[in-house]
Design a protein around this ligand. Structure first.
Ligand code: 1CP
Length: 357
């Protein structure tokens, strides 16, 4: 497991150490925009058949790395594995995304939930981590991940994706104790899940708080931020250069970056609604920043993509006292199925070429 990494730019950037150029990976870099992903998915039959098969999960994890000079791999899985292992019955409805057969809508249903066993109920995830580490063979670091307690709760209460989050927000107002009980069991599960991925070989960890930004500031500070902080503080990750860094990504987190920089995570992922230089000024070198190109930039021409990449790199440097250290380049959110793989190549190569100067 301790084979030397041939490319450790990503881990160095998270420690805010000097790098030869800015590292880059992309959220949802393994996915439907790649024809080889669609072929593997067709062979597997379904998303879950692919995610629960460690060899196939490994295959799709490596696909974007075969094409592009990415500086990190991300485990191919999903944030909804935890609620599925809790017994909610995850399934995918074509064109509608993930759904749960048994959503949790009241205190009684929440009281029945327990932390899943990581090496039995979620063994397929840990096996995938082990297979991917073996096949990566030290090329780049592997990122493990989880949803945030709040974001998982959104799917668990709504029963799937949502536009207005009406059910979970009603619960927040009418039965906050029940919601806190749900966030509590989710937090303990996320900590156990990330610890198990780390033990299996994940070299960095990311929490996706995708829906934190739908909360009012008061509600964000009650229902999301404290649980993110507990994860960052309680998750054992080692010391010094051996420490496994934790990145907390949140859509709509611009107003909270100052607070997020103080929760104990090594990195904060930023969406595209804030200038990266402003984000760097607010966080003041306390954490590394990851982001933050608008994903739809990939629909632009190669020239437009290069221009926006340079703008983000320069913005970060300006806000970070003239230094590129502590920046992991990424999109502000995940890629979409209609994006052109050749545009991804333009982005990745431009990040490296421009930041190397
Ligand atoms: O049929 C398919 O191929 C389904 C599409 C798909 C994919 C490619 C789903 C279903 N999950 C995934 C993989 C996935 N999900 C990864 C893989 C690694 C990589 O980044 O390459 C990761 C990190 C996730 C995490 C995830 N799942 C998040 C957080 C990140 C984000 O984009 O905000 C969320 C919110 C989910 C839920 C989910 N799973 C799948 C879909 C389509 C969704 C979103 C549903 C919604 O919009 O509410």
């Amino acid at each position: 497991m301790s084979q030397t990494l041939r490319n450790d730019r990503f881990l160095r950037a998270l420690r805010r150490e000097p790098v030869d150029c800015t590292p880059v990976w992309l959220m949802r870099q393994a996915g439907r925009y790649l024809p080889e992903y669609r072929a593997t998915r067709a062979k597997a039959g379904s998303f879950m058949a692919m995610a629960t098969n460690p060899e196939l999960a490994c295959e799709v994890t490596l696909q974007p790395l075969e094409r592009f000079e990415l500086d990190a791999a991300i485990l191919f899985s999903d944030i909804l594995t935890i609620p599925d292992a809790m017994g909610l019955g995850l399934h995918f409805v074509d064109g509608e995304g993930p759904k749960f057969e048994r959503p949790v809508r009241d205190a009684a249903a929440i009281a029945k939930l327990g932390v899943p066993d990581m090496e039995t109920e979620l063994r397929y995830v840990m096996d995938a981590v082990r297979v991917i580490r073996r096949e990566l063979d030290g090329r780049v670091p592997l990122i493990g991940f989880s949803g945030s307690p709040w974001t998982l709760a959104c799917y668990m209460v709504e029963g799937g994706g949502s536009k207005d989050f009406a059910r979970i927000k009603a619960m927040a107002h009418n039965d906050p104790e029940a919601l806190h009980a749900l966030l509590e069991v989710n937090t303990r599960s996320v900590i156990a899940y990330l610890a198990a991925q780390r033990a299996a070989g994940a070299q960095a960890l990311q929490v996706f708080d995708t829906w934190g930004g739908v909360l009012s500031p008061a509600m964000y500070r009650e229902f999301s931020l404290p649980y993110l902080e507990r994860i960052a503080r309680e998750l054992e990750r080692g010391e010094g250069t051996e420490r496994t860094p934790l990145i907390v990504f949140g859509k709509g987190n611009a107003a909270y970056l100052g607070e997020l920089a103080g929760i104990g995570a090594e990195g904060v992922g930023v969406d595209w609604l804030i200038d990266l230089g402003d984000a760097a000024r607010v966080t003041g070198g306390r954490v590394a920043l990851q982001g933050n190109l608008d994903p739809t930039t990939l629909y632009g021409s190669p020239d437009a993509i290069r221009r926006e990449v340079r703008r983000a790199l320069d913005s970060y440097r300006d806000g970070n006292g003239g230094s590129r250290e502590g920046h992991v380049f990424n999109l502000g959110h995940g890629m979409s199925p209609g994006m052109d793989p050749e545009h991804v190549r333009v982005l990745v190569d431009e990040v490296h070429a421009y930041s190397r100067r």
